[in-house]
Design a protein around this ligand. Structure first.
Ligand SMILES: Cc1cc2nc3c(=O)[nH]c(=O)nc-3n(C[C@H](O)[C@H](O)[C@H](O)COP(=O)(O)O)c2cc1C
Length: 327
């Protein structure tokens, strides 16, 4: 019997494939289809800290004056409240419809009063919270310490407000990245490597800047394998790999590097929920071929600590490649 279940953030997942946060996880119907296809868990579409903060502000204003001063205020209060209430409703509906863990997601960049919303997420029945922390280190006045301090403050504040497990979805623009990510992992139940920013794409005909593709390419996964492999021996909590995992082969590679689970989005847009059953089937077949009965038999087998030549994880230059070409 081949068992593909895994432990992620202290939750039992019947498959290591998590439907990552996207429009695919924005409605109870779509979530039900993902669960039916064999997803181990879902991460809901992110709610933005601004949406939560606007509601808190609107409530304060309303409490102060005990009435809406004009129709416009009422409409904007209603709209904002509606967004936040809809999010809590989505959690409740998803929990009613599926028997897999439902992970809420908050897109945030500051530790502010929005963190009290973590308690509402917990009360609505979510199994965990993923913080999609989005701080682009683009302000030349911000030092490394400023930015890392903001991360730490957000995690500390959320942990004070909820007893739910917390996963941190991070990007890869850090100085001293291995050291910092291990510190972050110690404050939370898990890391999600990596958040994928939309990149700019300059249009040379119109001389304007547009947005690059929302979808990943399989080649982007190499960096995720590298950092999953490097961090695995040092992270006691969970690791989820995401970006560029489009098929069963990529799923297996990330598990071998040391991921407890993977998150997918692009594959869902390209293939639909069947991408999950296809990847689960591939994993089961591959495990049977190799005589593995559970993920524990091979997870992290090729992490930095598991391979004879871990320097391969650190190779960043092309010397060998070019010398081979010359032969
Ligand atoms: C259309 C779309 C919407 C997304 N929305 C969110 C979001 O709300 N919150 C979030 O954390 N990630 C969001 N993501 C990022 C995905 O969760 C995932 O991290 C990223 O796409 C990399 O995985 P992939 O290579 O399988 O696409 C979105 C991705 C796509 C394609």
């Amino acid at each position: 019997m081949t068992d593909i279940s895994t432990n992620y953030l202290g939750l039992r997942l019947k498959s290591p494939i998590i439907a990552g946060s996207s429009d695919f996880t924005a409605s109870a119907d779509k979530i039900a289809a993902l669960a039916k296809a064999g997803a181990g868990a879902v991460v809901l579409k992110s709610i933005f800290e601004e949406q939560i903060l606007m509601e808190i502000d609107a409530q304060r204003t309303n409490n102060m004056f005990n009435s809406y001063t004009d129709t416009e205020n009422y409409i904007s209060f209603y709209t904002r409240q509606h967004e936040v209430q809809s999010y809590l409703k989505l959690i409740r509906e998803a929990k009613e419809r599926v028997d897999i863990p439902v992970i809420a997601s908050v897109h945030c960049s500051v530790s502010d009063s929005w963190v009290s919303f973590s308690k509402d997420i917990e009360l609505a029945g979510a199994d965990a919270i993923e913080l999609n922390i989005f701080i682009m280190p683009s302000d030349v006045r911000d030092t490394d310490a400023d930015i890392s301090g903001r991360y730490m403050a957000i995690v500390d504040a959320v942990k004070k407000n909820t007893s739910l497990p917390v996963a941190l979805k991070v990007h890869h623009y850090f100085t001293g990245m291995a050291n910092f990510l291990v510190q972050l992992s110690e404050k939370s139940e898990g890391l999600v490597l990596f958040n994928r920013f939309f990149n700019p794409d300059i249009n040379i005909s119109t001389l304007t800047i547009g947005a690059g593709s929302s979808f990943s390419l399989p080649e982007e996964n190499g960096m995720v394998q590298r950092w999953t492999g490097i961090l695995r021996p040092h992270v006691k909590g969970s690791l989820a790999a995401t970006t560029g995992i489009h098929d069963g082969e990529a799923l297996v590679k990330n598990l071998l590097a040391g991921a407890d689970a993977v998150q997918i989005a692009t594959a869902l847009y390209k293939t639909g929920p069947e991408a999950i059953s296809q990847m689960n089937n591939f994993l089961t077949g591959w495990m049977q071929q190799h005589g593995f009965t559970s993920l524990i038999d091979f997870r992290g087998k090729l992490s930095y600590a598991g391979v004879n030549n871990p320097a391969l994880y650190e190779r960043a230059q092309f010397m060998k490649y070019f010398s081979d070409l010359g032969r």
